[in-house]
Design a protein. Structure first.
Ligand code: CU
Length: 296
């Protein structure tokens, strides 16, 4: 009888241990954003990864993952890409035109950035105190995690919100979540299928097109208050405007997803009360990529 108890005990212990292993293999990564840094592990598994993002700051934050080419270290990316944006923004503050500033950027940023760095998604902009979740499929490599909202005229990257993340060869078993609503991003439209309900919603975003030049398509969710001026939000989403992307935002942001290459899908969650909202794109809001809707 004692022997039977021993076997039953061993069997239960193995089952418990296995279930613990499964949870570490689920590849759920916590990211805490503060003013101004990210608290996150240094290394994660490749494959599908769920990032639980919590904004514990007083201002808006997000994260974007940039996959670096094998030949470029995180330090080189930091020095050679982040710095030119600071110099160019200073020149905009000093009165330079946007056209001249873009010319300056193209001249200062190394060619490998445009040809070989891949934007691999991240959360949309998240208001202070809010949380979201984003699930992305990542290949092994070195990534730069960054947030480039501005605070008192400085990018958050300049204040500490940039860090490396290593994605390991070891792959996770995680499957992508089931979405209750689907978004397809083209260069001129945010196509939606399905409806958002009050409470937690999981949304898939398929990246169907990428503009020929510049940033890829992304999507953010905002709440439309009685006094929200959508033109003011569109203006705010352009980092080249002096007050653009600078906290405080003129509207409340609930997340969304950062850009990915064509053919990829990102999943994210939002927790919404009934009300009026809009999907809006940072890269293409000015081209009319805004879609309003009501949660009943
Ligand atoms: Cu930030």
């Amino acid at each position: 009888m004692k022997l039977l108890n021993y076997f039953i005990f061993t069997f239960i212990a193995i089952v418990i241990l296995n279930s613990c292993n499964t949870s570490t293999n689920d590849n759920v990564v916590k990211v805490i954003a503060r003013d101004f840094n990210f608290e996150v592990v240094d290394e994660i598994q490749s494959g599908w990864t769920t990032f639980q993002f919590e904004n514990r700051g007083q201002v808006e934050h997000f994260f974007l993952l940039n996959l670096l080419p094998d030949t470029i270290s995180f330090e080189t990316y930091h020095d050679e890409v982040t710095r030119p944006f600071e110099i160019v923004f200073d020149s905009l503050k000093a009165g330079k035109s946007k056209t001249d500033a873009i010319g300056m950027l193209i001249e200062m940023i190394p060619g490998w950035y445009f040809s070989s760095v891949k934007q691999m998604g991240g959360t949309g902009i998240v208001a202070a105190g809010k949380t979201t979740q984003v699930t992305l499929k990542l290949s092994p490599g070195t990534y730069a995690m960054e947030c480039y909202i501005k605070y008192q005229g400085l990018f958050h990257t300049s204040l500490g919100m940039i860090r490396p993340i290593i994605v390991l060869e070891e792959a996770s078993d995680l499957e992508p979540p089931k979405a209750g609503m689907d978004i397809t991003l083209t260069n001129y439209n945010i196509e939606t299928k399905g409806e958002i309900k009050p409470g937690v919603n999981t949304i898939s975003v398929y990246f169907k097109e990428h503009p020929e030049f510049g940033l890829g398509n992304d999507v953010h969710l905002i709440r439309m208050g009685d006094k929200t001026d959508i033109d003011e939000v569109i203006f705010w989403l352009d980092w080249m405007n002096i007050k653009g992307l600078q906290s405080p935002a003129p509207v409340e942001f609930f997340g969304g997803t950062q850009e990915m290459p064509v053919g990829y899908t990102s999943y994210f969650t939002v927790d919404l009360d009934p009300g009026n909202y809009a999907w809006i794109s940072e890269s293409s809001a000015a081209k009319g990529m805004v879609k309003m809707f009501t949660v009943k």
